[in-house]
Structures are given as C-alpha cells and as structure tokens.
Design a protein around this ligand. Structure first.
Ligand code: GDP
Length: 598
C-alpha cells in the first residue's frame, strides 16, 4: 500500500469542546457507518463515560476520503481528554503524524487544550487548529483565535472555523488533513516495528491490541514479540477499525489496526510498548515507553463482609480491561477484609468505584485517597508507603519524601489573585511562572504536592473562578517533606482506616476538623465515646460523643433520693463496663467524611 495516501491523525481537545461530535460528523461525511448503526455501535461506550461527558477511550476509526479524485485513508485516533490519562494521550499521539486541535468558541483555550497542544508539539505533529461551535450565539471566535495564535504561533488564516453540530466547515477540515499533515513513512521489508497505543479486553476474543505499524508487516500466523516483557505470541487475527473490528489479510507500514494473539492479560500488552517479529526482531524498541505507576491510593471494602469474594472477582474482571488499576488484599480491624488499590488519579478512582457498584452491583466503602510517600527509615531502609495505617511511627523515620506535580491552571485574569492565594497559602504550592494566553487569560504554572491536589482542589478552583478556570498536572518527582501521621482513636482504640498523613503545618487544624466531624457522624451509644486524634506522640484533638441517657430518673417518680442515687450509680457502672467491652458502630459516612476534610 502506498503510504502517500494514508494520513494518521488524533483529535485533541478539552473535555466538552466537541471532539466526539466532530468525529461523528466525519463518519457521516465519509459514510463510514450509517447514523443509526453509528449511535448503536460507535457510541456504545460505558454508561459512566456518557453520563459524565468524558471519554476515557473511544475506538479508533479508519475512513476513506475522496480528495480531488484520489482516495485517501484517514485513521482517526481519539485521545482521552483528562489529566489522569495523559500518558495514554501522549502514546496515541506517537501513533500519528498530525493532530486536529479542537477549541470551543464559547469557552476558548482551556488547561487541557494547552497541555495537549504542548504534547502534540513535543511529538512533532502537524497541528490543525479548529474553532468549534461557531453556531453558538455566545461564540467568541475572534478572542478564541487570538488565544490559539498565542498558544501555537500559527497564522490567523490557518485556523479553521466549524460547527460540529451543523456540519459547517467539517469538510474543509478533511481537506486540511490531506493537505497539511505529512503522510507516514515506513519500509515493508524491514522487520516488524509496531507501537501499542491502546488495548482492550473483549469477552469473546481476549485481548485486542491497537497498533500503529511503523516498519514491516504483520499477518495471521506470524510470531510476534512484545519487547518490554519479552513474551512471544502467535497472531490469530489482524484487522482495521471501521469503527467495528474488521479482519484484513495484512497490516503494513503507516497503517493503524488491531492484532489478536492469545494475550491473556491487558498488563502484558501495555500502552507504549513495541511489538516486533519474534523470528526477526528489531534491535531497539520505539522510544518513549514508560512503566506507568498509580499515583493515588485508597482501600476498597465490601459494604457487607460476605461480599468479599465477589469484590475480589469484580476487581479481577475490571483489571482485564483497566491495566492501570492495581490491588492487593488488606485488612482493617474496623472494616474487615478489603483491597488496597492504586489509581492513576481521582477520576480513575471514581470510575472504578462506579463500575463496581453499577456493573457488578457491589456496594463498597472507599477510604480517603492518599499519595505514595517515600520514607527513609533510621535503620537506613527506604520504603514506599501508600497506606496511612502503615505509615511508620515518627521515631523510626529519618526523612520523608512526597510526590510533587507541575500544575497548570488556565484562567481569566480576574481570578489570578484568588487562585494564587489558595495555592500559595492553603496548598503548599509555589508559583513557577505565568504566561499570557490571549487577551484576558493567563496560564499559571505551580509546583505543588500531589496530596494537596487530590483532595478537593478541583472543586475549590471551580468555585473560586465561577467555573472558568481549568487545570492539568504532570508528575515532577519526589521531594523531601515534613509530614506526620494522624491516628484517630475511637473509644481509645485506633481505627486505622481513619488515619491520615498530613503536612505538619496542618496537623492541628486537620485533627480538630476530623474529630469534630466524626463526633457528628458516629451515632450516640449507651456509653460515652471519646474521639481522639493522635500525632507527635500525643493526643492533639478530642471530641466526645455523649452517651444515650436512659431516663432513669423519670422511673422513680418522687421516690426517695437514695434510690435515685443507687440507680445512677448502677448505670454509671454499666457505662464503664460497656466502654470496656463496647464496640462502636462507625457508619460508612464517617469513613467517607475524611475525603472532604483538608
Ligand atoms: P467531547 O467531550 O469533546 O467529546 O465533546 P462532545 O462532542 O461530547 O460535545 C460536548 C457538547 O457540546 C455536546 O452537548 C454537543 O452536542 C455540543 N456540541 C459539540 N459541537 C457543537 C457545535 O458545533 N455547536 C453546538 N452548539 N454544540 C456543539
């Protein structure tokens, strides 16, 4: 196949700027699928994605476009629009030569527009800037154009203006893809070199690996090798996306398609890895492969203990098509058996929880999210701790390091002051620099501890900017930090699931808020329950839950004082006993409450 007639592009945009609608219009224009079928199949994504208006993974699609009498094959790869998945965005881009950057004319350039645009520049893509939603009455085309020009340094007449809704201007984007994006290069006679840019688990066919071929060819019966794991497989099917999977004889240089080869687990075909021929392997894999590690951790417990086995099975199933999810068994004295899980970010965590509840119908308790601390112990050992319950005692610790991120926030200039104040004063962040992005807009770059971003920061940012600011972040590395573990004691017993690790400067404030909140959420019992927060080797905050008071006095109407006294004495004794043997019922909300404390 002549690669001059192939174009590989990805679509990039901030969430809701119209990427899905744009691709729908292209499918319609090129008659790739009929509309009814399209809505049944192409848009048949997970409920959660649809409801939240986010795309985690959409299928790639190949369309045929007739440009001045010549048929071109255009492969369109969708990229996830959210920060949690930015590594996957970058790998999807590595499978392309071009990118269509879509910006909503009523919103302008936002944080993920900037983040994605920079990734596209880093990946050396030919970028086609597109302003979408020009049909909207509040479309601000001029200002959006100015923002795009200052972002990409393009000329004004290079920017296309479309309405993905009405279809206006969409054909011109297809023309621009042919004219401005360079065709892929590759040699069919060289050994196979293919990039895995996505993978999914199919109930009937096992793991389907999405690939872009750079050199060589691949067909049924070929022996292939996945380079990072050094595992060999035999190819049972290759094909293209129409967007349904359609088998073909062979995939060659420049092409985008899929490979099925009896791979059992999605973790064995990771995004970013290179596939080569097992009999004639290339020496070097494609650049850019990185082991992806979860950044946010939380424990998941079944709502009822007898659901433990079901929870385990559900997590195993989820793992088949969610390679970034990690889990291992854990046990909490308060909540019983559960799993300590690792997620890419908060959104990822939320999606997993919702899928457990909706697809598997298991009610779960999710503990407060944490980052992973690197702790150097006095005995010279270095450990990684992502569970506050396992955080070592202060006496054992030499140094603690915590993960930092580079946070980029794009906001109208009006809110710069407030955002700066929140980050600098409340979130231990430092401003790195700011950049203008159009007339009334600024990109602010901060260095911030990830722990400060995974609490309720996104909500705070939205509130303070009336919804206008948007954010993105990337991992920078570990830095030394002054953190301390707060242990919560309920009725004098430590409840590990309620522990938290915070910066020392916030310990008192967080401890106070925590005990107060817990004392509101834990119902009264027959006995008094002290809720205490311990840190720095002592109790630093306390709140008491008063005992339910049986109205003993009412029973001895007007009886003599000594009888009253005796009864009170008895009840006091009873209280003591109860306190010793008593078990406090802690409602689930109490565990969830810490999610909202900061
Ligand atoms: P995505 O998150 O980038 O995939 O965005 P979607 O394609 O789901 O679009 C987000 C919302 O914007 C949907 O409600 C679309 O109907 C709407 N939308 C997309 N393109 C246009 C457009 O050109 N004009 C108008 N008025 N609405 C649009």
């Amino acid at each position: 196949k002549d690669t001059n007639f192939i174009r590989n592009i990805c679509t990039i945009a901030h969430i809701d700027h119209g990427k899905t609608t744009f691709v729908d219009r292209i499918l319609e224009l090129t008659k790739a699928v009929d509309l009814r079928q399209m809505h049944e199949q192409f848009l048949d994504q997970m409920d959660i994605e649809r409801e939240r208006g986010i795309t985690i993974k959409a299928s790639p699609v190949k369309v045929i476009y007739n440009y001045t009498g010549q048929e071109y094959e255009i492969n369109i790869i969708d990229t996830p629009g959210h920060v949690d998945f930015s590594y996957e965005v970058s790998r999807s881009m590595a499978a392309c030569e071009g990118a269509v950057l879509i910006v909503d004319a009523s919103q302008g350039v936002e944080a993920q527009t900037v983040a994605h645009a920079y990734l596209a520049v880093d990946n050396d893509l030919d970028i086609i800037p597109v302003i979408n939603k020009i049909d909207l009455p509040n479309a601000n085309i001029e200002e959006t154009a100015t923002e795009i020009i200052s972002l990409l340094g393009v000329k004004k007449d290079e920017i296309l203006k479309i309405s993905a809704k009405t279809g206006q201007g969409v054909k011109e984007v297809l023309d621009a893809i042919i004219e401005r994006v360079r065709p892929p290069k590759g040699d069919p006679n060289k050994p196979l070199k293919a990039l895995i840019f996505d993978a999914k688990y199919d109930k009937y066919r096992g793991i389907v690996v999405y690939v872009r071929i750079f050199d060589g060819t691949v067909k049924v019966g070929d022996k292939i090798l996945i380079m990072s794991t050094n595992q060999q497989y035999e190819v049972s099917e290759v094909g293209i996306f129409t967007p349904d999977m359609k088998p073909t004889d062979v995939l060659g240089p420049g092409e985008v398609g899929y490979i099925i080869a009896g791979i059992k687990e999605i973790g064995h075909a990771k995004v970013g890895d290179t596939i080569t021929s097992a009999t004639n392997p290339v020496a070097e894999p494609l650049p850019g492969y990185r082991e992806i590690k979860p950044m946010v951790f939380a424990s998941i417990f079944p709502g009822l203990p007898e659901y433990f086995e079901e929870l385990k099975k559900a997590l195993e199933k989820l793992k088949l098509n969610d390679w970034a999810l990690t889990f291992e068994p854990t046990r909490s004295p308060a909540l019983g058996f559960g799993f300590r899980c690792g997620f890419l970010g908060l959104l990822h965590m939320d999606v997993v929880r919702e899928r457990l509840e909706r697809e598997f119908e298991i009610a779960v308790i999710l503990t407060a999210p944490n980052v992973e601390y690197k702790v150097v112990l006095r005995n010279g050992e270095t450990i990684f701790v992502n569970d506050p319950a396992k955080f070592p005692d202060e006496g054992e610790i030499e140094k603690v390091y915590e993960p930092f991120v580079k946070l980029s926030i794009i906001t109208p200039t009006d809110y710069v002051g407030d955002i700066y104040t929140i980050l600098q004063n409340e979130r231990r962040a430092t401003l790195l620099h700011t950049e203008n992005a159009g007339k009334n807009r600024v990109v602010m770059y901060f260095k911030a501890p990830l722990a400060e971003i995974i609490t309720d920061f996104f909500d705070r940012l939205k509130a303070v900017s009336r919804g206008y600011a948007s954010m993105d972040y990337e991992f920078l590395g570990y830095e030394e930090s002054d953190v301390v573990k707060i242990t919560i004691l309920v009725n004098k017993e430590p409840v590990d699931a309620l522990s938290t690790v915070v910066h020392k400067s916030k310990a008192y404030q967080v401890a106070k808020k925590l005990v107060e909140k817990l004392s509101e959420l834990i119902p009264r019992h027959q006995f008094e329950i002290p809720i205490q927060a311990k840190a720095f080797g002592r109790i630093i905050a306390r709140a008491d839950i008063k005992a339910l008071r049986k109205d003993v006095l009412a029973k001895c109407y007007g009886g003599d004082v000594t009888r009253k006294m005796k009864l009170l004495e008895k009840q006091k004794e009873g209280k003591k006993r109860l306190r010793e043997i008593g078990k406090v019922t802690i409602p689930q909300e109490a565990f969830l409450a810490i999610l909202r404390i900061d």
